[in-house]
Design a protein around this ligand. Sequence first.
Ligand code: GUN
Length: 248
Amino acid sequence: MYVRFKRKACEEVGIATFDTVLPADVSEADLVKVVRGLNENPAVNGILVQLPLPKHINEENVLSAIGLDKDVDGFHPLNIGKLCMKGRSPLFEPCTPKGCVELLDRHGIPIAGKNAVVIGRSNIVGLPVANLLLKRDATVTVCHSKTADIPSIVRNADIVVAAIGLPEFVKADWIKPGAVVIDVGINSIADATKKAGKRTVGDVEGALMATGVASYVTPVPGGVGPMTIAMLLRNTTDGWKRALDARQ
Ligand code: GUN
């Protein structure tokens, strides 16, 4: 689904895509070879290795093979390292975290000095979004599977980013009045009342929206998901512009 949406968005804005679909049992060496070929191809400005990879492949080895200047997912260890360091800027910021911050900025929601609580610590979302918010001078708390009393931590949050990958994990009554809630979750749950027998829910209880307690809540689907794709397009055009400038 992610790949289909990304391909369609590229088509809409006029970015050519070159898909390489490999068998699940592809060797790490062969996958790295494909990545290196794309690094050397001047027609390519962005490389995205869709995650998760099959278990037999070392994700770090593959992500490290992506040329830094084409790392539009921002997952290369050097780009992630710079993202986490004060005073350093990565060439690309990961798309979902960047989309979360863009949502706050576009709605004029201040970040500096606010209590931001990130639920989840994945390399794709939790860790980079926590660091982006820290860079913007939020006071950031990261909650995870071993955190004691998550509800009491969330109750202090001005900004909540839910990225734990558990359906409706964050309950409506944890949310402080006026807080901003960004729901990164996309979970499929069984629902006999639906034709497909399932429906998509976020990491935040759907009931929150109707309570009016939060000042903003992102919808699922249709909130963070499209922002992720928009940021991927932006990263790709930024990479293209940098490549053009370097040629002149
Ligand atoms: N899998 C889940 N989210 C992402 C993402 O943003 N990029 C890639 N490459 N894989 C993912």
